[in-house]
Design a protein around this ligand. Sequence first.
Ligand SMILES: Cc1cc2nc3c(=O)[nH]c(=O)nc-3n(C[C@H](O)[C@H](O)[C@H](O)COP(=O)(O)O)c2cc1C
Length: 173
Amino acid sequence: MDALQAILTRASVRDFTDQPISDGDLHTILEAGMSGPSCVNARDWSFLVTRDPEILTKMAEANGRPAEPLKKATLGILVLGDLERAFPRAPEYWVVDGSIACQNMILAAKALGIGSVWLGTWPQMDRVERQQALFDLPETVVPHSLIAFGYPADPELKGRGFYEEDRVHMDKW
Ligand SMILES: Cc1cc2nc3c(=O)[nH]c(=O)nc-3n(C[C@H](O)[C@H](O)[C@H](O)COP(=O)(O)O)c2cc1C
């Protein structure tokens, strides 16, 4: 699958089969996460990875009801901002850098035939604090987003991607 096809056909997947994701595919997904741009090349992220169903359930519960899909996933990645590595003059870029890593991993997974759904965490601080407590994270390591991965229960599921002409402002507002 080429990059454009992955982008245009991606859809959030919230129901998964039991088929495990191989170590090779996990490595590719993480490599994609680490291959995006980051402000001043700060690479101010880390990734907490699990395939353990008990940990997946605890992660899901820490985020509340919207993260239910994680309970059916075979792989979960908690993307973490690493504030000690962030650009000192504008540390808030850690959020942008984390988002790029998320989307890169989601698209890499799509290209491998693996479904995923982004589960928002930061800036909902109750979720952030529960994830921090669950994994006993240092204060400078901030949960950004959770992503649930797995092979889609419905292999036909395709993106509703659509183009909206009125969102485009050519040369002037
Ligand atoms: C920042 C962010 C947070 C999200 N949080 C959740 C979530 O907690 N639970 C969920 O089921 N989907 C979540 N999503 C997925 C969106 O609901 C989904 O991307 C949107 O409805 C568009 O559907 P699509 O991804 O299938 O195109 C989140 C997406 C983003 C980008």
